[in-house]
Design a protein around this ligand. Structure first.
Ligand code: FE2
Ligand code: FE2
Length: 286
């Protein structure tokens, strides 16, 4: 039945502007914006991060964890930046920012699984980039960012979204329709909106909004392709975005990689799964 041109069973999306989403941690956003600026001074970045003591202590803890495995532990933010580099810092601050944004929600199993999925995608993206020709730092940051729209859905209606994630069984693309039925948007559309609202760098827009788009094999391998595959690899390597997620067999995923990446990346899923779990556990234990 049509009501004013709209089918009666279509979800009515509340206007995005009327939602009151809590702001993303300010320091993490500023670092994202500043680190893209070629002329930024390390000293300025250090001052910015140090202006928030809770944030900076978490940055330091994660910088010294197995995730970055520095040869010598950094004892100050300035030292950490000098060791990791300004671009690496973007990914690090975003990791801390997402974790802070999720806050207590991380105690819920569905949200914890989401967090692990995002981090796994970032770690896989970083490794895939390092054996190929794409920028590692951008790959890592894009991985942490790719499912940021899910955070918005989780904040808007935490109980319903947790229930959906816990109960849905099907493909990562299939759940998009279930999200639209529940919220009026899926997490890709919500992510695109967040990039605008939070004034995040625009190059992340295709990453968050198109990472579930069907990719054509044998086309130019771009950052969006790398994240598209990394997201499904995270599902396959023990970190699915939701428990009933239909996974792509690992050999099929390897098949999607360009020849060089396929040759140099983990040849079996067990070694990838172990590597990712070890690194994520090291962050979760801090
Ligand atoms: Fe996604
Ligand atoms: Fe994902």
């Amino acid at each position: 039945m049509l009501l004013n041109g709209r089918r009666s069973d279509e979800a009515v999306a509340p206007s995005w502007a009327h939602l009151r989403l809590p702001p993303f941690p300010r320091v993490a956003l500023r670092v994202l914006q500043l680190a893209n600026n070629e002329n930024v001074q390390l000293h300025d970045l250090s001052e910015l991060i140090s202006s928030d003591p809770a944030f900076s202590s978490e940055v330091l803890t994660i910088a010294n964890s197995l995730l970055y495995a520095p040869r010598f532990p950094a004892s100050s933010i300035l030292q950490a930046i000098a060791v990791l580099g300004a671009n690496n810092l973007q990914g690090l601050c975003l990791t801390v920012g997402v974790r802070a944004y999720m806050g207590k929600a991380l105690n819920q199993p569905a949200m914890r699984a989401l967090w692990r999925h995002n981090l796994a995608c970032a770690l896989i993206a970083d490794q895939l980039a390092s054996v190929g020709f794409l920028d590692r730092d951008v790959a890592y940051t894009s991985g942490v960012m790719h499912d940021i729209g899910r955070l918005a859905l989780a904040v808007i209606r935490p109980k319903e979204y947790s229930l959906l994630l816990g109960a849905y069984s099907g493909s990562p693309v299939g759940i998009l329709k279930a999200e639209r039925d529940l919220f009026g948007w899926d997490h890709c559309e919500a992510g695109r909106q967040l990039i605008t609202d939070w004034k995040m760098p625009v190059e992340f827009e295709p990453i968050v909004s198109e990472h579930h788009a069907k990719r054509l094999k044998d086309v130019h391998w771009s950052m969006a392709d790398l994240i598209n595959v990394s997201c499904r690899m995270a599902d396959t390597a023990g970190c699915p975005a939701f428990p009933g997620c239909e996974i792509t067999p690992y050999p099929d995923l390897l098949d999607e990689l360009p020849a060089r990446e396929r040759r140099l990346f983990h040849s079996n899923v067990e070694s990838l799964t172990d590597d990712i779990a070890r690194k994520i556990d090291s962050v979760e234990s801090v």
